[in-house]
Write a protein that binds this ligand. Structure first.
Ligand code: ADP
Ligand code: MG
Length: 419
């Protein structure tokens, strides 16, 4: 991959794909079973709860601007819904709040275009002087960005390509996505990998090439089906896999337990059974929580109760791993020499359900070896606990991307930059 240091950028329009998909908040966590309010908030209510991804994207933007480039940043936010640009733009979320934060962190104005390839983008880009920075509106307001139809994506990529002379891929959190601004656009312009992508890949390489053992993988979070798919492959890498968060309930169901109203992917019960069998066969220790913190509803003020993992009462949902499981998970991490962690153990945004995630985070700070935390929410959790970031080996901006890299998959956004 060509680095940005290898390309001439002075006086040129440089399109940078960054990952600025920061968590937004109105009231804390989002029930993954319902409509995601972070995608449809009223504009006045938007607040960035963790700006880690913006901070991680700054060095490349600064470096390019410092070298006299006209920097045009592209990024997505949330999961906009709607048939076309107009519907999606009306529903939000808009990247404007991110433009404001980016401007504060850069210490200079960031021109904001209210569309991607329309009049606003064209005028904004035309108005840039050398060293200026602009941000285009949420790329996912254009349905073509994520289209499965290559021709649709290509058309958007061609329009975006008119705005720039050079492409820089620096959005590590999206390199596993075959999307217009990630995969199709770099093919149309001279391109280079940004420093964030290069650094992330270098760390992940250390996790796959001769990692020290015991090697422990901790998985949680809410993107259950995404993550269930990867566990099978991780069994070839790790000595131990600890499972918490939303995906645990599908495993508990696979063991024949009732899970109440917890997150459950019934379609995946069979694959969980296979994973349990395959772990046993390969001698990989698959560790599930023995107790769960449950509540009658998904809310910060829902009363928490600790129950055995095989005795979740009807009408209750698991929102965190319990105290015995916290100790169990910490003990399974104590002798680790390599750890990869993706996904909170519970709904850490609600203080009553944050202890499991905190326990894993604290256990990682005590590990004598390489510890990598991947995932937007996992990284946000670590920072929300006020833990010193330097006590972790690496805090990655990408969860899904890290997991797919560890699985040995080719990542479209990296392939496009390599070509
Ligand atoms: P990451 O961004 O680190 O990859 P995910 O996006 O997969 O992680 O998941 C993060 C979300 O998972 C958090 O917002 C958290 O509230 C949620 N979560 C964790 N455990 C549960 C649970 N038991 N039920 C519902 N949501 C959960
Ligand atoms: Mg997330």
């Amino acid at each position: 991959m060509q680095s940005i240091d290898d390309i001439e950028v002075s006086g040129r329009r440089v399109l940078v794909r960054s990952d600025l998909n920061v968590p937004l908040d109105k009231s804390g966590a989002v029930d993954p079973r319902g409509d995601d309010p972070s995608t449809t908030p009223r504009k006045t209510e938007l607040r960035i709860t963790d700006d880690g991804r913006i901070r991680a994207s700054l060095p490349v933007i600064k470096k390019l601007a410092g070298r006299g480039a006209r920097v045009i940043v592209m990024a997505h936010l949330g999961r906009p819904k709607g048939e076309d640009f107009a519907e999606r733009a009306a529903g939000g979320p808009s990247l404007r709040v991110v433009a404001d934060r980016l401007s504060e962190l850069l210490g200079k104005p960031v021109a904001f275009a209210t569309d991607l390839v329309g009049q606003s983008a064209t005028a904004t880009v035309a108005g840039l002087a050398d060293g200026d920075v602009a941000l285009l509106e949420n790329v996912r307001f254009e349905p073509a960005e994520t289209s499965k139809e290559e021709s649709e994506r290509l058309r958007l990529a061609q329009d975006l390509a008119k705005l720039g002379d050079v492409y820089v891929g620096d959005g590590f959190g999206v390199v596993h996505r075959k999307q217009a601004s990630v995969y199709d656009l770099p093919k149309l312009l001279p391109h280079a990998a940004g420093d964030l992508v290069t650094a992330e890949v270098a760390v992940l390489r250390r996790l796959t090439e001769n990692p020290a053992h015991p090697y422990v993988v901790v998985l949680g979070g809410s993107k259950v089906s995404d993550k269930l798919g990867v566990i099978g492959n991780l069994l070839g890498l790790a000595d131990r896999v600890l499972i918490g968060g939303g995906m645990v309930y599908t495993f508990l169901a696979a063991l024949g337990h009732e899970v109440g109203t917890s997150l459950l992917e019934a379609d995946h019960i069979e694959s969980c059974k296979e994973i349990l069998a395959s772990a046993a066969e390969r001698g990989v220790e698959l560790v599930l929580p023995t107790d769960i913190v449950v509540a009658p509803r998904f809310a910060a003020d829902a009363p928490p109760t600790v129950v055995a993992a095989d005795a979740i009462p009807e009408g209750h949902m698991g929102l965190d791993i319990g105290p015995a499981s916290r100790d169990l998970f910490a003990s399974k991490l104590a002798d680790a020499k390599t750890v990869f962690w993706n996904g909170p153990m519970g709904v850490f945004e609600f203080p009553a359900f944050a202890a499991g995630t905190r326990a894993v985070a604290e256990a990682l700070t005590k590990v004598d070896g390489l510890t990598v935390v991947g995932g937007g929410d996992s990284a946000a959790a670590v920072r929300s606990f006020g833990l010193d970031e330097s006590s972790f080996g690496h805090i990655s901006t990408g969860g899904g991307a890290s997991l797919e890299y560890l699985e040995g998959k080719t990542l479209p956004g990296l392939t496009a930059l390599e070509a």
